[in-house]
Design a protein around this ligand. Structure first.
Ligand SMILES: Cc1ncc(COP(=O)(O)O)c(C=O)c1O
Length: 375
């Protein structure tokens, strides 16, 4: 099996499995219980909180553990635009190529009266900082939040997050960054100083169903769910010590994982060079991109059909983000940046720290076989 869908999710690391196995045995109690068994379970919760804080440059007390990236993104947006905030600052600036957990939540906010500005990312695959500056000037003090991802989930395009942070800081506007595709792949220091950051464990070889929202000290968020006092009441519901143990283990190994990602760019480029012979177009734009993503369109093919044919050869790639799998619509990101025809025939190949030259060679053979058989 050749797994080249690391943007959808990553295989759990051995250290993660070992930590989760230990926590299954001795961290099963309710982490909110005050007795010894509860305290044993709570240690796993706090170890994840601590590890997120260390990597992102936050005090662990400012880290809210969530059920993953989608939930953290929802909490950032819905938690900030409360009724009282809306009366004073009612503008959200985001982009047209965000993950659906931002796009759909922005639509919900729009229905409640928030003005949503969606920056385009057409030419370079990334937003244009001048366009952001213009939007900040146009809407002035009405802007509450800028929410932009660090790395695009479909093209790997890098967003200019440090320039965005500086612009937001200078104008007293909050900046939320969806760093789900960044953490574990690119240096976490690049995220330091951002007001709110979303991360998810399963993109860095941790378990699914756990993530975090790091929130600038003193910033108040309204809970999305009603319930108990867990996570300071901002994210009520019993936390999962086993998932948190795996999350902490994944975060501890993240710096080494980042180092290994540098080598992944070479493999990606080799694969791209070889696939070029098969007449494909690169969906990347002109800007900088992450080392591990190769999004290609193969004319005459429908992305899902090509993925299905490759799947029969045991090569796993995707034709969009995993959360959109099963939908008939082509990728909104590729549609926005490169048009509908390119989106219909797009395939995302995403590599990871475990990808080998042999994987790439096997994948290439399968691409050749499938594309030539059907040409
Ligand atoms: C950029 C980005 N944000 C958010 C998410 C959602 O994270 P989760 O799968 O943990 O809900 C994803 C998942 O693919 C993503 O790629």
């Amino acid at each position: 099996m050749v797994y080249l869908d690391w943007n959808a999710t990553t295989p759990p690391a051995d250290e993660v499995l070992a930590a989760m196995s230990a926590a299954t045995r001795d961290g099963w109690a309710n982490p909110a219980s005050v007795h010894g068994a509860g305290r044993a379970a709570r240690r796993y919760i706090e170890s994840a909180r601590e590890a997120v804080g260390v990597l992102l440059g936050f005090d662990p007390r400012d880290v809210i553990l969530t059920g993953g990236g989608t939930e953290a993104n929802n909490l950032a947006l819905l938690g900030l635009f409360t009724e009282s905030v809306l009366a004073e600052r009612s503008v959200l600036i985001t982009s047209a190529i965000e993950h659906p957990s931002i796009l759909r939540t922005a639509e919900r906010l729009e229905a409640r009266g928030v003005t949503v500005v969606r920056l385009s990312a057409e030419a370079s695959g990334a937003i244009d900082v001048a366009e952001l500056e213009q939007a900040l000037t146009t809407h002035g003090p009405s802007v509450k939040l800028v929410s932009l991802q660090a790395v695009n989930h479909e093209t790997g395009a890098l967003q200019p997050i440090q320039e965005v942070r500086r612009l937001c800081d200078a104008r007293g506007v909050l900046f939320h960054c969806d760093a789900v595709q960044h953490l574990g792949r690119l240096p976490s220091e690049l995220l330091h100083g951002i007001d709110l950051i979303t991360v998810a464990a399963h993109k860095l070889r941790g378990p699914k169903g756990v993530g975090a929202l790091a929130v600038k000290c003193g910033l108040k968020l309204a809970p999305v769910f009603g319930g108990g006092a867990q996570e300071r009441g901002v994210r009520p519901g019993t936390q999962d010590p086993v998932a948190c143990a795996g999350f902490a283990a994944a975060l501890h190994r993240a710096p080494a994982m980042i180092e290994r990602y540098a080598g992944v760019a070479r493999l990606r480029d080799l694969l791209h060079e070889a696939l070029r012979e098969l007449e494909c177009e690169l969906n990347a734009g002109t800007g900088a991109r992450a080392p591990h993503v190769l999004n290609l369109s193969f004319a005459g093919w429908k992305g899902p059909e090509l993925c299905a044919a490759l799947d029969l050869e045991d090569v796993h790639v995707s034709s969009g983000s995993a959360c959109s799998a099963g939908t008939a619509e082509p990728s909104p990101v590729i549609t926005h940046c490169f048009g509908r025809d390119r989106a219909r025939s797009a395939v995302r190949i995403s590599l990871g720290e475990g990808t080998t030259l042999e994987d790439c060679t096997l994948a290439l053979q399968s691409f050749r076989l499938v594309l030539r058989r059907n040409s």
